[in-house]
Design a protein around this ligand. Structure first.
Ligand code: PMP
Length: 323
């Protein structure tokens, strides 16, 4: 996926050198998966670097932490400021930002919920997740691994342990030569990818699985719903059968790291005819303008990163100017 490298990591209020961002091997989160995290992107814009939908990500981090009894000892505003500070300290744009809430002190015993709750924030160079799939279309397979039901593993919390299923499904798909896995819920309805939500288009209507299929309520999913609605499409969250997916006119993934990626095939089935299809293309175009601050309708989705010079951080713009 990505080489995790950066200059500084924010740890409990201090920016430490990347190599020194360490915790004890007997920490509770490492052993039991009880931690919560976020994946956030910062993009280059004409007004300098900006974090996409920062308050929404911070809000979800706090909501996830609450589910797992991890009281974060900072306010949402303080965490948002710390994220901006970490992006500025590292200087990579586009950036992938990873805040993690964890118990880092040595503490064995699964019911142990007394340990200190810590927050670490890393900001590393962002790359394309699904590689060529982002443009040419993703080749996905239906995973043999299903989403655990939310009464076993709440899907609405972005918790470390939830990714055991994503790991198994993702590796299985990769070993079978696919780009990505599509996981079904325990009832056999389409849920989501390993780190993406899923949309399909039939007869000009956009459909997406809902919380009843044990998905993470993605912030990119929410952006897609807004953009597609603004483009005049009906967007309907519903239970999606495998049959509906395989016979859709179009399909695409949405996620912070994957951004928007059209679905080319599911197993041996081609999705629609052209990749990306017309609705997917229209939504992708607006989304890519929104994240770069080129669509004033979505300006409120961007939080500026002061102190990072736009010229140093935006090689794409610089290249365009000189070319
Ligand atoms: N589902 C899962 C399981 C995920 O890990 C992610 C990535 N956070 C998503 C969906 C997409 O969420 P978002 O758009 O907020 O990144």
């Amino acid at each position: 996926m990505m080489a995790a490298d950066g200059k500084k990591v924010w740890m409990d209020g201090r920016l430490v050198d990347f190599a020194d961002a360490k915790v004890h091997v007997l920490n509770h989160t490492l052993h039991y998966g009880v931690g919560v995290f976020e994946g956030i992107r910062a993009y280059a814009t004409a007004d300098g670097p900006a974090v996409f939908r920062l308050p929404e990500h911070v809000r979800r981090l706090f909501a996830s932490a609450k589910v797992y009894h991890l009281p974060i000892p900072w306010s949402e505003e303080e965490v948002a400021r710390a994220i901006v500070e970490t992006v500025a300290a590292n200087g990579h744009i586009p950036a992938y930002i990873r805040p993690l809430v964890y118990r880092g002190e040595p503490a064995l015993g699964v019911k142990n919920s007394a340990g200190k709750v810590s927050l670490a924030i890393a900001s590393i160079p962002a790359k394309k997740y699904l590689g060529e799939g982002s443009e040419k279309g993703v080749r996905a397979k239906i995973s043999p691994f299903r989403k655990p039901p939310s009464d076993a593993m709440p899907s609405y919390a972005k918790a470390c342990g939830n990714y055991l299923t994503s790991y198994l499904a993702g590796l299985d798909a990769q070993q079978d030569g696919y780009d990505e896995a599509i996981l079904l819920d325990t009832n056999g309805y389409v849920a989501e990818g390993t780190g993406e939500n899923l949309f399909l288009v039939r007869g000009g209507v956009v459909y997406t699985p809902g919380l009843e299929s044990d998905i993470l309520l993605g912030i990119t999913r929410d952006s897609v719903v807004t953009i597609a609605t603004d483009l005049g499409y009906s967007v309907v969250p519903k239970l999606v059968s495998v049959n509906e997916l395989l016979t859709a006119d179009e399909g695409f993934f949405s996620g912070t790291y994957a951004e928007l990626a059209p679905l080319r095939t599911v197993g041996r089935h081609a999705i629609g005819t052209a990749v990306p299809g017309p609705v997917t293309r229209a939504v992708m175009e607006v989304f890519s303008k929104a994240v770069r601050g080129e669509d004033p309708r979505y300006a409120a989705w961007l939080t500026r990163v002061p102190g990072l010079r736009a010229a140093a951080a935006t090689p794409v713009r610089a290249a365009r100017r000189s070319g």
